[in-house]
Design a protein around this ligand. Structure first.
Ligand code: ADP
Ligand code: TRP
Length: 324
């Protein structure tokens, strides 16, 4: 049985790109009988950029509600909030003392962020070590991440190797990465990659009126209504194909090519499809958001399960370092 572990950032409400690019494939992986999945909400990492308590809480709930709405099975798998297990911060300290300073100073993500952000704090610098602790605390075998996280995984293996060599025992298990080839990049309303930071998202959990506004704002060219249109260069069509089945996509392609079918029609059809296809997830999301105590219950159940293994690994680490 492989233990799969991954952290999910809680930096805002999940959009269609997060859902199709990360949530749906991770849930599919977690359904495999041969796997046991540890998925957690990385709310300690979010403190490097986000300082307001209320915002952090709201984001944690929105992210958790999205995973639950898409059917993540919290009985088979372990779903928890990073900050519920302060053990991870203790392990971070130990690992810090086995992490060469230049390794962190040369990390791509730190260099990128420290060029862009005004708040360049020590937490941002130490981000990869907390991430290594997230993984090593639970003896994870496989860590599915996007390719932007590949260097963090290499650092995790290096830190674990350095630790094991220093204490002279295989205390920490070296994880394998599982880099998701960018199978799908969901375009945003402006045709760029959909991202919170570009303000071009489609948030399928919004009330219908607001969702409609987002869909209607998708940028299109100025081909007149009567003229035939090229489906392969149109954002509306690109988004439609990601949610529609083959038959529906073929039908829409025909409409585009025939002419007399405007972008407004296509957007209305996309909206209808989103509302229909995600009806169950939309109402489940609303239900969880209206009942945060249900989310809390699931997360604390997950934390209790994660703690069993976390405490075992931490005891092993402490002993190997001569602590009680
Ligand atoms: P954002 O760009 O909105 O801040 P994140 O970087 O938090 O998104 O991404 C969280 C997860 O969602 C990552 O695994 C990432 O690969 C996936 N993801 C984000 N945007 C897209 C997109 N437009 N298409 C496909 N996957 C995406
Ligand atoms: N840094 C990861 C990201 O930005 C999130 C994360 C935190 C993570 N801890 C992790 C991913 C541990 C995998 C394993 O997406």
């Amino acid at each position: 049985m492989a233990r799969i572990l991954t952290g999910i950032q809680s930096s805002g409400r999940p959009h269609l790109g997060n859902i199709l690019g990360a949530i749906v494939p991770a849930i599919a992986l977690s359904r495999d009988e041969a796997n046991e999945s540890y998925f957690f909400i990385a709310d300690l990492h979010s403190l490097t950029s986000l300082k307001r308590a209320e915002e952090r809480k709201a984001n944690v709930y929105a992210v958790a509600a999205a995973w639950l709405a898409f059917g993540f099975d919290t009985d088979k798998n372990v779903f928890y909030r990073q900050s519920d297990l302060p053990e991870v911060t203790e392990l971070t300290w130990y690992l810090n003392c086995f992490t060469p300073y230049p390794m962190l100073a040369n990390a791509h993500s730190f260099k990128d962020k420290s060029d862009k952000l005004s708040d360049v704090n020590a937490g941002l610098f130490d981000y990869p070590v907390l991430m290594a602790a997230d993984i090593l605390l639970y003896d994870a075998d496989l860590v599915p991440v996007g390719k932007d996280q590949k260097q963090h995984l290499e650092m995790t293996r290096d830190i674990a190797g350095a630790f094991n060599r220093a204490v002279g025992e295989e205390i920490l298990i070296l994880p394998q990465d599982h880099i998701r080839k960018e199978v799908m990049t969901v375009p945003g309303t402006d045709g760029q990659k959909m991202s919170k930071s570009y303000g071009n998202v489609i948030d399928i959990f919004l009330p219908e009126k607001q969702l409609k506004k987002q869909v209607m704002s998708i940028e299109t060219d100025s081909t007149p209504l009567e003229a035939p249109k090229n489906p392969d260069t149109c954002n509306v069509f690109a988004l439609y194909t990601l949610v529609a089945d083959e038959k529906e996509t073929a039908e829409m392609r025909k409409n585009y090519l025939a002419g007399g079918y405007g972008y407004g029609h296509a957007k209305k059809e996309l909206l209808r499809m989103l509302l229909e296809k995600y009806a169950a997830q939309r109402s489940a999301f609303d239900h969880f958001m209206a009942h945060p105590e249900l989310i809390e219950q699931k997360l604390s159940h997950g934390a209790a399960r994660a703690r069993v293994i976390g405490q075992e690994v931490l005891a092993r680490v402490r002993k190997s370092l001569g602590y009680r």
